[in-house]
Ligand binder design. Structure first.
Ligand code: HEM
Length: 231
């Protein structure tokens, strides 16, 4: 029987993809030198995160009832009551649409959208301001992830139920849509990977070349020159 804490399969797939891509993007962004060839994978996984986010937005509008944004609980009064109950150590069984996770979820998606957008502008050569903004947003996102993970740990400690673990359990609901999501995400990943040239560090999307690596000082975009030579 379906219990109140079950998440639908498409949401589980999107959660796992989003979390993994965040870990990849964030750790490369933080720990890898931006001169390194690996650094481009920070951008590639960021673009893929954007695709996962678009799927989640579509799923939040047209998807399973529980996953819809209209089903989120954004009442501040309920948030206060909920937090009081958590602090008093009370067991809370209705976790899925609780006000705290609704708020953090919207925060995570909102900040992710701005983070991906500002990152895109940095790659496309936008003003330096966007680089600063992108960094601030990535730290804000990290703070939200830590709040999310603390919520998960506190819930598990207080309730000791299956709610948290359910997010990683395979189920068969909305199977076809979940497959469509998996195929979309893996095809987009494959497309990005195939169209990224590690030697020139250029990504070719729909015949537009985008430089993902650092440009050497004094070096102009080679492809611009090649194009001019061709003329
Ligand atoms: C061991 C690690 C993790 C566990 C156990 C976990 C668990 C969960 C659970 C149980 C929910 C459902 C909460 C609810 O709907 O009320 C959830 C939602 C969510 N988690 Fe995680 N999570 C983990 C890691 C992460 C990471 C690293 C991210 C960072 C991107 C993340 C992002 C999200 C987002 C965005 C949602 C909202 C899902 C949605 O409704 O669309 N999670 N997580």
């Amino acid at each position: 029987m379906k219990n109140n804490n079950d998440y639908d399969l498409p949401s589980k797939i999107l959660h796992l993809s989003f979390a993994l891509l965040f870990v990849i993007s964030f750790s490369i962004g933080k720990f890898v030198d931006d001169d390194s060839k690996i650094y481009a994978f920070h951008m590639l996984s960021g673009i893929l995160m954007g695709i996962v986010l678009i799927l989640r937005i579509l799923w939040g509008i047209f998807g399973a009832k529980k996953a819809r944004f209209s089903n989120f609980n954004l009442s501040l009064n309920e948030l206060k009551t909920y937090l009081k109950r958590v602090l008093s150590g009370e067991k809370i069984s209705d976790f899925h649409r609780n006000p705290a996770s609704s708020l953090v979820t919207l925060g995570l998606y909102g900040v992710a959208a701005m983070m991906i957008f500002s990152g895109g502008l940095v790659v496309l050569g936008g003003p330096h301001f966007f680089e600063e903004l992108h960094e601030v947003l990535s730290l804000l996102f990290l703070v939200l992830v830590l709040i999310h993970l603390s919520g998960v740990v506190v819930h598990q400690y207080q309730n000791r139920d299956q709610t948290v673990l359910n997010i990683f359990k395979l189920s068969k609901d909305y199977f076809i849509i979940a497959m469509v999501f998996i195929i979309t995400i893996s095809s987009a990943g494959g497309y990005l990977f195939q169209n990224y040239n590690q030697t020139t560090q250029e990504l070719n999307i729909l015949n537009q070349k985008i430089l993902l690596g650092e440009k050497d000082k004094g070096q102009k975009y080679d492809y611009d020159e090649e194009d001019e030579d061709d003329d």
